[in-house]
Each structure stands twice: as structure tokens, then as C-alpha cells.
Design a binder for this molecule. Sequence first.
Ligand code: ZN
Length: 223
Amino acid sequence: MAKVKQINMENKDLKIGFDNIIKGNQEWMEFVKNDSTGRFQQLAKGQNPEILWIGCADSRVPANELTGTKPGEVFVHRNIANMVVHSDMSLLSVLDYAVNVLKVKQIIVAGHYGCGGVAASLSRTQYGIIDNWLSHIKDVYRLHSAEIDSIQDPEKKADRLVELNVHEQVFNLCTTSIIQNAWKNGQALAVHGMVINIGTGELIDQGCTFTNNESLGKVFAFK
Ligand code: ZN
């Protein structure tokens, strides 16, 4: 295999940033070494998480910390604004593996107040290639435009769209063939929608949990 030439980082800021990553890892290695439970040796052999987390790529919403879980307990997929797009092969692959191989029992779609992706989708500004992704959120706005347009405060408007977006992404998730087939096969599987308050750390249940396809409507629910 060809050897990759090590680039000498002359930029001081880049060098410090990279050194911090290595230093952080050394501290983590020290923690792993001192752990007496044997869980890391166990994790090295395989994983058996009960939760699939579909969250925003935002750096402020880490799945493990928000759910009080440890490495090995949450299977994670994150993208801009926690979207479930039916043709997204990355999401579908994660979902298929989580449901059919790992047999997760709880799936959480987690949005968060102050989501930049949601805020951007409410504006008419062009941001570049991301605009095509944000169009999926604009679709949610279009579905609920009467309610969203009736809110005057820009922050409250964006917050409400965050909540409605979570509802719609939960629905999108439940309509996938993967989730519906799991239910059809009698697999115990709950899909939840939650919104994170970054300031308080609260994970707010949106009350849109699905455990079967009965309320998906006749067009979406497979027989
Ligand atoms: Zn976000």
C-alpha cells in the first residue's frame, strides 16, 4: 500500500487544534485503561444497542450525553435537521441494519430548538448545495404554512417548525418499508419524536409515538 506523506502543519492554529484531538484521545485511552468493568473489552467484540437515534448534525446535540447512555448503547445517524428522506441510502442503510440486524427496540427522531437548518429553510436566502436538502424542510413548512404563518415572533416560528418537522420525520420513518415490515413480523418497535432544549438539556417528548402502522392512513399503511 502506498504510504501517505505526512504533511508538516506549519499553520500554528491547525497544529494546536490537531494536538488537542490527540491529547483528548490519550485522556480517553487512560479512562478506558482504568475501567475495571471489562465493558470496553466486551464492546471490542460487538455491539447490542437497543436505541437508534436519528438526530441533527449540530455539534450541540450528542445522543449519548442527552440520553445518559454509554458507548455501545445507541446506534446513531445524524444529518442536517434530522431528516428522514425516503431516497437517502445512508439513512435507509442505517435503518435496515438497526432494525433487522441489531433489532433495536426504540427509535428516536430528535430535533432541537435553535436548529440552523430549520431557520435557513424559513428564509429565501440561497446557501448553496444545502438548499436542495433544505427543500425537504420547506415541504414541511408548506404542509403547515397556515399555522407557521400565524406566528409573528421569528424565534417562535422557527421553534414550531422544529416541532412539526420532527412529527413529519417520524411519519416518514414509519412509512418506510423497513419499519412497516418489522411491525408486520411482530417485532416490538417504538418510534418516538423528541425536541431538545439545548439550554436546559431537556429531551421533550412530542407525543407522536408509533408502535404499529394503523394510524398511518390508507395510502401509506401497507397491508
Ligand atoms: Zn439542527
